[in-house]
Design a protein around this ligand. Structure first.
Ligand SMILES: NC(=O)c1ccc[n+]([C@@H]2O[C@H](COP(=O)([O-])OP(=O)(O)OC[C@H]3O[C@@H](n4cnc5c(N)ncnc54)[C@H](O)[C@@H]3O)[C@@H](O)[C@H]2O)c1
Ligand SMILES: [Fe+2]
Length: 383
């Protein structure tokens, strides 16, 4: 058995580490940078925290920010055209998963123009060459898109989130600066943190799991369980910093082994109803865990221990339930919506959501084999 691990060439961690962006650009000899971000981050001053550094170092750049949450094929196409017009040779992404994923798609298409129809990139596609070099600075503590080999783009014509898996998209450099995450509104910190917890837990129990990613996942989930509430609800400086690293550690794991049906089911919700990714995961996670617990109770015992729960003397069923309840309780304390009906999902759409989720690239990694009926039932439980 041969296993592969892919990570960034270089990554920086720490408050103020964003300053390293100039050094990396200058040392690598890039001449013109495309900054990829979104409207909100232009508005709230976060992008300026990075572009000021470019300005102070005389670095030439232009900015593309026509990106919505759950970014679309059209957002990518416009970005590719803008990049082409401006003759850029490297990209700096500043933002959450939406900005970083769009940057990855632009980077791939620029160097592999035969994929200018973005939909041809769906799934595990063998592109010819690496994308345009990308430096990623995450502003949310959730997706770990700065270290993963995946990006997720919504095909608005088919109401579908395309999961694109391609080692050629991995950022050459990522800069994890907790200062860029400190100001997240409570709801955003809570939702993105629950996304990170989902990565750690789904990555740990996925079929492809093995020793090295397991180490990342167990440590990530321990850190997230202990720090997410303090980071999101109290904006505690140390907890925010630990969440920044924990979500990255989870990314080091899941990017190399895949996920499971929490993500498949969340992708359908994002595609049909534009549900924020973290909210969708948080809401579905306890229900999917309960379903999966039947086939891997020992892994649930390990996850419970990572959370610091007392798992001694519990039957398999009780051990699974202990972990599920801990996750549900955390999500309640964070004020995350608990039912699909609370976020306006029509009950009559649940079957259509399930029919799409069964074909998601994350589904085969789920530890328990599933049918459309199983997924439909889990949606109904979450309703
Ligand atoms: N590439 C991957 O491996 C991967 C993994 C999981 C999810 N995703 C994808 O990432 C996307 C979700 O990304 P996300 O959860 O990071 O959210 P996001 O990028 O969609 O951002 C959500 C909103 O929060 C705002 N925001 C971001 N940082 C902020 C900050 N520090 N302060 C204030 N506002 C801020 C953004 O402007 C945006 O309006 C989804 O499309 C999801 O499918 C990708
Ligand atoms: Fe995710």
């Amino acid at each position: 058995m041969v296993n592969r691990i892919m990570l960034n060439e270089t990554s920086y961690f720490g408050r103020g580490s964003r300053e390293k962006v100039a050094e990396e650009i200058l040392n690598r000899g890039y001449q013109k940078i495309l900054v990829v971000t979104d409207y909100n981050l232009m508005d709230n001053g976060l992008v300026k925290m990075v572009t000021d550094i470019l300005d102070n170092n005389g670095i030439n750049y232009c900015t593309y920010f026509h990106i919505k949450q759950n970014p679309t094929v059209n957002n990518v196409k416009e970005g590719v055209a803008f990049a082409g017009e401006n003759g850029i040779d490297a990209i700096v992404a500043v933002g959450g998963g939406s900005a970083i994923d769009t940057a990855k798609a632009i980077s791939i298409i620029m160097n592999n123009p035969e994929h200018n129809e973005v939909v041809t990139l769906e799934g595990a596609v063998q592109t010819r060459v690496k994308g345009v070099p990308l430096i990623a600075l995450p502003t949310t503590a959730g997706t770990a898109a700065e270290v993963t080999i995946n990006y997720v783009i919504t095909d608005e014509n088919h109401m579908k989130k395309m999961v694109c898996v391609d080692p050629h998209d991995i950022p050459v450099c990522s800069i994890i600066d907790p200062d860029l995450m400190q100001g997240m509104p409570q709801q955003l910190a809570a939702a993105t943190g629950m996304d990170a917890l989902t990565h750690a837990m789904e990555g740990y129990i996925t079929k492809a799991g093995w020793l090295i990613p397991d180490i990342f996942h167990i440590n990530a989930m321990a850190l997230i369980y202990k720090n997410l509430e303090k980071a999101a609800n109290d904006k505690d400086n140390i907890a925010v910093e630990k969440m920044a690293y924990a979500q990255y550690i989870a990314g080091m794991g899941f990017s190399n082994v895949g996920l499971g049906i929490v993500h498949s089911m969340a992708h359908s919700l994002g595609a049909f109803f534009d549900t924020p990714h973290g909210i969708a995961n948080a809401l579905l996670l306890p229900h999917v865990l309960r379903f999966n617990g039947e086939v891997c109770p020992d892994l649930f015992r390990n996850m419970g221990k990572a959370f610091g729960l007392n798992m001694k003397g519990l039957s398999d069923k009780e051990a699974v339930e202990e972990v599920v309840e801990a996750v549900q309780e955390l999500s309640r304390r964070l004020g995350v919506p608990q039912h699909l009906r609370d976020i306006g999902i029509p009950e009559e759409m649940l079957l259509a959501l399930a029919e799409q989720a069964i074909n998601d690239p994350c589904t085969p990694g789920n530890p328990r084999d599933v049918t459309v009926d199983d997924i439909h039932n889990i949606y109904k439980e979450a309703y």
